[in-house]
Design a protein around this ligand. Structure first.
Ligand SMILES: [Zn+2]
Length: 319
């Protein structure tokens, strides 16, 4: 089987909302759906295959059984399946956090670092996120401001709207603000250093753990550009293609489709599409699946041509 339609794993973190159920028809027993992991081989929550003769099998099991050739030649140097794609519904703000780069993470955590891309699916008026510092700070100032609760004053606050896109390089201090739904494409890593949690408490009534020492070591202490990293939209007959992110870890493009589009999955990389709008079907070889907004489809490297039918938009990720 070359084409897998996937069902997500869910996370009910306290800051999440219910829009992934009400607007994206995600079926889940939790009251709160903070995150749905739509393409995931992570041990903390793997996606499940929802079509064909592998229906019900976990994506992790599929990858183990198929071997690394389904990743494609560009991804052979990775130890683990390289990316994780999720939806995040931030009803409340997430904690201020930072992720290490590969060098630090492999040395200290024995895991890869984490670069991530956020594509804003919807944002309430006035919503914002934190992205880097707004002036150069020293490590001493960093610690002092965390201790005396003035850390937010030195963070760069960026207003967001639907369609905005941010590449968050490892080392960039960041947090998603309240009222925002995003699609996140990230390196398949869970290493997060929490810097500040607005004084909130967890389910056990205690403040969640902070990781100040490590955060100070890995954070970028000079402002980073918040200019939109999106490329120019390119017209392809009826359809539109927009590059969202290009990095050594993953490449993401957004396609807007009027009626249908045919693309090709070569030997160099697997491809994943995540549907942002509409309904229709996807065919690849003699396989076919239906889709609605929020669905995710994976193609093994070397799958060849696939066709998406219906008026839709999707993000295509590959290595
Ligand atoms: Zn993050």
């Amino acid at each position: 089987m070359n084409m897998l339609k996937l069902k997500p794993a869910f996370k009910d973190y306290l800051w999440g909302g219910t829009r992934l159920r009400t607007e994206y028809e995600k079926e889940c027993e939790y009251d709160i759906i903070a995150e749905s992991w739509e393409l995931s081989n992570h041990s903390a929550g793997a996606s499940i295959i929802d079509n064909g003769n592998l229906k019900g099998v976990s994506f992790t099991q599929y990858l183990e059984d198929s071997g690394k050739k389904v990743w494609g030649s560009n991804a052979q140097h990775f130890q683990n399946f390289p990316i994780l794609i999720k939806f995040i519904d931030a009803k409340q703000a997430l904690s201020i956090q930072v992720h290490p780069d590969d060098e630090y993470a492999l040395r200290v955590e024995k895991e890869f670092g984490k670069n991530e891309m956020w594509y804003v699916l919807d944002a309430e008026p006035g919503s914002f996120l934190y992205y880097g510092v707004n002036k150069e700070i020293t490590k001493e100032e960093y610690r002092t401001r965390v201790e005396n609760n003035t850390f937010l004053d030195v963070l760069n606050k960026v207003e967001v709207k639907k369609g905005d896109c941010f590449f968050i390089e490892a080392g960039t201090i960041h947090a998603l603000g309240e009222g925002i739904i995003i699609c996140e494409v990230q390196q398949n890593s869970n290493t997060t250093y929490r810097v500040y949690d607005f004084g909130r408490v967890g389910v056990d009534g205690n403040p969640r753990e902070l990781h100040i020492d490590k955060a100070v070591e890995v954070s970028t202490l000079t402002p980073v550009s918040t200019e939109d990293t999106k490329g120019q939209a390119i017209k392809l007959e009826d359809n539109t293609l927009e590059n969202l992110a290009t990095s050594q870890y993953f490449t993401c493009d957004k396609y807007e489709v009027e009626n249908e589009i045919t693309l090709c999955v070569g030997d160099e990389s697997f491809q994943s599409i995540i549907m942002l709008e509409g309904t229709g079907d996807v065919t690849c070889g003699n396989e076919s699946v239906t889709y609605k907004k929020g669905d995710s489809v994976f193609f093994a490297a070397g799958s060849g041509e696939f066709t998406v039918r219906g008026k839709t938009a999707f993000i295509l990720s590959r290595i």
